[in-house]
Design a protein around this ligand. Structure first.
Ligand code: NAD
Length: 279
């Protein structure tokens, strides 16, 4: 396997990459993805996520690469009025990050018609956990995701106390509810997408989630159980762009791509993440 590094805003770099050898498919994971940052810096997000992906698709079209797997997001749904989200649920992104991903999904329809680039767009819910190798893990700097932030506060990797953003949401305990999906299960879905694109004529989009929602306080309780440590936190105001509840219905992915998540219990997901974060 060869690693070639480049910026998607540099079309020449993409062109030189796709010139090196024939490619069967492109899986596109890169993006700027900090929701709050996108609200303050929309230009950066539209340029990077939309123009960057446009450059990639344009170059693929010119090189005849016709299979594309795209990391979209639950943020395309915005703040839906339903507790379990289907792919048919109205798309209504409320942040530049979500909008940038939706713009790409929209663009994919036109590239399919004009250039026969068939695609699978995966709308990830909250990616979490770690692969045993420690190479695939939910871990960012700066970190904005809940589980790694809780675990970092316990492992001493940060001396900042955990911030809990908002306890006045319309949920049973007042904290946000999210659907957590293991990184390995996301990887498995991507491999199934390649088979799907090999054997099917049409593009499609799929939610990836476990179908169960956990509030921030429930996640903290689960972390305390797994780690046998007390989580200390400060309650702060709501974070801009955070909807109250996001839970996926992933039946379409199960039916059409024969995908089954391996990590269906929140504590299983936290255990794998803790193995990584505590080492
Ligand atoms: N982590 C989640 O919970 C989650 C949820 C929904 C969707 N997603 C999407 O999944 C994908 C992967 O997420 P992640 O958490 O691994 O993100 P990440 O921030 O860890 O990784 C994204 C990578 O993209 C690279 N990148 C950004 N702009 C680039 C450019 N112009 N050219 C080349 N590289 C560029 C960054 O350097 C980084 O290495 C992203 O597209 C994200 O929007 C993630």
């Amino acid at each position: 396997m060869k690693l070639i590094c480049g910026d998607l805003l540099d079309k020449t770099a993409i062109d030189s990459c796709l010139t090196q050898e024939p490619f069967d498919a492109v899986m596109h994971f890169s993006a700027l993805s900090i929701i709050n940052d996108s609200i303050n810096h929309p230009i950066k997000y539209y340029e990077n996520n939309v123009t960057g992906t446009f450059n990639l698709l344009d170059t693929m079209a010119r090189h005849g690469v016709q299979k594309f797997v795209f990391s979209s997001t639950a943020a395309v749904y915005g703040s839906p009025n339903t507790t379990t989200i289907l792919e048919e649920t109205a798309v209504n992104p409320t942040t530049p990050y979500g909008a940038s991903k939706w713009m790409v999904e929209r663009m994919l329809k036109d590239f399919e018609i004009a250039h026969n680039i068939r695609s699978v767009a995966f709308r990830y819910f909250n990616a979490d956990g770690a692969d045993q190798s420690g190479e695939i893990v939910e871990n960012h700097d700066p970190e904005t995701h809940l589980i790694p932030n809780i675990l970092n506060s316990l492992s001493g990797k940060t001396n900042k106390k955990l911030s809990l953003f908002g306890n006045d949401y319309p949920t049973p305990d007042g904290t946000c509810i999210r659907d957590y999906i293991h990184v390995n299960d996301i990887c498995k879905a991507h491999l199934s997408a390649l088979d799907y694109l090999q054997n099917n004529e049409h593009s499609d989009c799929f939610n990836i989630g476990n179908g169960t929602g956990f509030s921030v306080l429930e996640v903290i309780t689960a972390v305390e159980k797994v780690t046998v440590k007390k989580v200390e936190y400060n309650i702060q105001g709501r974070r801009e762009g955070d909807p109250a509840i996001l839970v996926a219905n992933s039946d379409k992915l199960k039916q059409k791509l024969n995908w089954r998540p391996e990590f269906t219990e929140l504590e299983q997901i936290i255990e794998t993440a803790w193995r990584y974060h505590s080492r």
